[in-house]
Design a binder for this molecule. Structure first.
Ligand SMILES: Cc1cc2nc3c(=O)[nH]c(=O)nc-3n(C[C@H](O)[C@H](O)[C@H](O)COP(=O)(O)OP(=O)(O)OC[C@H]3O[C@@H](n4cnc5c(N)ncnc54)[C@H](O)[C@@H]3O)c2cc1C
Length: 408
């Protein structure tokens, strides 16, 4: 039942919006969630038609699973790190165990360098990352573009350390998006209700769009910083300058995920759950990363992040698919690939990226975004606003719960 005069209007039915609506309901407060797309979950979305098995277009793992609020809802899941071996393609062959050990030592040296105590202003991660080893480019590409969805040159060291994640990395069998969608069941969510304008200048707030107008005592806005920066919602009055500065200090990186069916899985001689990636080279400076046959299913999925992902997003789906097929051909030769499933987080106006990083010098911006405005009449939520678990479903969820307590 969707109330006609809710206490709180929540904009966006991703993890943060769903968590906020559940917390409001638990506190006995009425709300309406306005969601611009035709489905719930936002950047957590599982779909099974394309690959014939659950495929998460966005969030894939429950990171730091011991502390993750979604873990108790995960159902059957595996600790991916316990099953995953990593294979590094060196252009003509896979790395030997000795080379993998050497790579792991270089990764430890990276951790030690970024963790070393330092004073002075916030700098980029790249400014302190060790250089000159055989594996420097591989580690920088992996930790920058592929994990944080942006190059290390563009990432604040302080924020990188504050939001650093550990395991266990849980891979749920049903998909992360399916877990989130189940948690949204029974909530007062209006789909296809894209908000164009939010008035918060009066005693009430008014959310407006083609669906009409919804009035409430307060609003929780959980859209991405990509949407906020692009003016996807017009605010009356404008968001304060320090809030907009924080939005611009927390840009969306891009991680583009895609998958392929494998008509002849035996032609991919890598065990289920294992990961494969090329080391960057002149011929392949920004390679993809792949997970082969999760749960023994006949597909693989992969990611490309950072600048290359933005370039491919601008070039369009055919360019993305072609680049992915070439990356796999470099490693697996002419092993046949079936139809692809592609994602478009960078181009979709409801997201405009995958998740945020802080620009160097902007590590405090997440706390600025999380502060209630207008005495709690307007509260921002979403992964960008969480200082510890930013960029994750857990951070988004916690931010939604916090916003429900701050909304007046
Ligand atoms: C490829 C990829 C891989 C990822 N991998 C992981 C992972 O493995 N583990 C992990 O924890 N996290 C991962 N993430 C990040 C995680 O998905 C996000 O941090 C989290 O889902 C964000 O939730 P949110 O509620 O903050 O925002 P969103 O999910 O973006 O929710 C905002 C909602 O607002 C809606 N909206 C936008 N504009 C409007 C408007 N004007 N009016 C109404 N509604 C609007 C959107 O449609 C959306 O549903 C990944 C993300 C991507 C894209």
């Amino acid at each position: 039942m969707i109330p006609s005069d809710p206490e709180v209007v929540v904009i966006g039915a991703g993890c943060a919006g769903i968590a906020a609506a559940r917390a409001l309901r638990a506190a006995g407060r009425s709300c309406v969630v306005l969601e611009g797309s035709g489905r719930v979950g936002g950047r957590a979305w599982t779909e099974s038609a394309s690959l014939g098995a659950p495929f998460d277009h966005g969030a894939t793992w429950l990171h730091q699973a011991d502390e993750n609020l979604l873990t108790p809802h995960a159902g059957p899941a595996c600790d991916h790190d316990a099953l995953r071996e990593r294979h590094l393609w060196l252009g003509t062959r896979f790395a030997t165990p000795e080379e993998l050990d050497d790579h792991a030592r270089a990764a430890d040296a990276f951790d030690a360098a970024v963790d070393a105590p330092r004073e002075g202003p916030d700098v980029s991660v790249a400014a302190v990352a060790p250089r000159g080893s055989r594996w420097s480019a591989s580690i920088a590409h992996w930790l920058g573009n592929q994990i944080n969805a942006a190059p290390l040159e563009e990432i604040s060291l302080e924020d990188f350390l504050k939001t650093d994640l550990g395991g266990p990395n849980l891979l749920p069998e049903q998909g992360v998006g399916a877990i989130v969608a189940r948690l949204a069941e029974g909530l007062p969510i209006r789909l296809g209700a894209r908000v164009d304008r939010l008035r918060w200048d009066g005693v009430e707030v008014v959310a407006e769009g083609v669906f009409g107008a919804v009035r409430a005592r307060s609003a929780i806005v959980s859209v991405s910083t990509g949407v906020l920066a692009s003016g996807g919602i017009r605010f009356t009055p404008d968001l304060p300058p320090e809030v907009m500065e924080a939005v611009h200090g927390l840009p969306m990186g891009l991680l583009t995920k895609l998958g392929f069916r494998l008509p002849e899985p035996e032609r991919f001689p890598v065990a289920p759950f294992h990961s494969v990636r090329q080391v960057p080279s002149a011929a392949a400076p920004h390679p993809f990363g792949w997970i082969v046959r999760p749960f023994g299913r006949d597909h693989l999925f992969g990611f490309v992040g950072g600048e290359r992902a933005w370039d491919l997003s601008r070039e369009g789906p055919a360019a993305l698919e072609d680049a992915a097929r070439r990356d796999l051909r470099d490693i697996f030769g002419d092993a046949p690939l079936g139809p692809a499933v592609l994602t478009r987080w960078g181009a979709d106006p409801l997201f405009l990226g995958a998740y945020t990083h802080a620009r160097p010098g902007h590590h405090a911006s997440r706390a600025v975004l999380a502060r209630p405005l207008g005495g709690g009449r307007l509260v921002l939520a979403g992964e960008a606003t969480h200082s510890r678990f930013a960029g994750t479903v857990a951070g988004a969820w916690l931010s939604g719960e916090a916003a429900s307590r701050l909304a007046r």
